[in-house]
Design a protein. Structure first.
Length: 275
């Protein structure tokens, strides 16, 4: 389940707000709290992903914390490795790093990064990050990891359903995060490709939820979502379970607590338990 980005009135979430929501998500019984990453898209606040997860980690005991998806080419890889390794240590190993190359030019324009070379920069950055996680000297950098953080957090690769990054996620990393913005057909095709390559953990990322939206027929070639009634949401989640996905990451459309209430969280968790 995602954390809200803002209060219903549009003001900033305080550490107390984030802590309360994180404890609620854990108490309801969800397995993880995951946060998305944008910088240049749309007219809404953009809190720092890792800072918010650090607060959530301090407020919870056992729930997994993750990024879905942190856009690596927007950042210096040494600085990013330090932040990921620190969060890994602060959370007692509960953090999983969902990393990707990014897909929206606006985010790259916002920081002056090279959009056209994002995949090359992503691949190079992963070499640097993993070397630093292992305690190696990379150029002039050595992060000297704490013994209990050596190796760093699990890395899950976020990518579209086709192409070599699905295969690399299966063969070189700890999991794959499919885009929940694509169609059911694409989600199914990507999972088959990932399993054929030997992949283990498979996650559907950032599926939007609105249980007060009217239920309509969702075609297999339309963008997948849970903007529908509770029964229909359960049926759609069951289809992902039947495909063989291990986790589905849910998020509210407008990223406030009012979009997914306490009652909604309980109802959604009940659906997951029944699938």
């Amino acid at each position: 389940m995602a954390l809200p980005h803002q209060r219903p009135d549009g003001s900033a979430m305080s550490t107390a707000d984030i802590s309360r929501r994180a404890r609620l998500i854990e108490d309801v019984g969800f397995d993880g709290i995951w946060y998305g990453d944008t910088i240049g898209r749309g007219p809404r606040p953009r809190p720092d992903v890792l800072m918010c997860l650090a607060v959530a980690g301090a407020a919870t005991q056992h729930i997994e914390l993750g990024t879905a998806i942190l856009q690596v080419p927007l950042r210096n890889p040494v600085d990013l490795a330090q932040r990921l390794l620190t969060l890994h240590g602060l959370t007692g190993g509960r953090f999983s790093a969902g990393l990707g190359a990014g897909s929206t030019r606006a985010d790259f324009d916002a920081v002056g990064a090279d959009y056209e070379r994002r995949f090359q920069h992503f691949s190079e950055a992963l070499i640097t990050i993993r070397g630093l996680f292992r305690g190696e000297q990379v150029g002039a950098a050595n992060l000297q990891p704490w013994p209990n953080t050596l190796g760093g957090p699990p890395i899950l690769i976020g990518s579209w359903h086709s192409g070599r990054w699905v295969r690399r996620a299966a063969q070189e990393f700890d999991g794959w995060i499919a885009s929940g913005l694509t169609s059911f057909n694409a989600i199914a095709e990507g999972l088959q490709r990932y399993r054929d390559a030997g992949g283990k953990r498979a996650v559907v990322g950032r599926v939007s939820v609105d249980l007060r939206a009217p239920s309509t027929t969702l075609k297999d070639d339309e963008p997948f979502h849970l903007r529908c009634g509770l029964q229909e949401a359960g049926e759609r989640l069951q289809r992902l379970v039947d495909l063989g996905y291990d986790d589905t990451l849910l998020t509210a459309l407008n990223h406030t607590e009012d979009d997914i209430t306490h009652e909604d969280l309980v109802a959604l968790r009940g659906l997951v338990k029944s699938t």
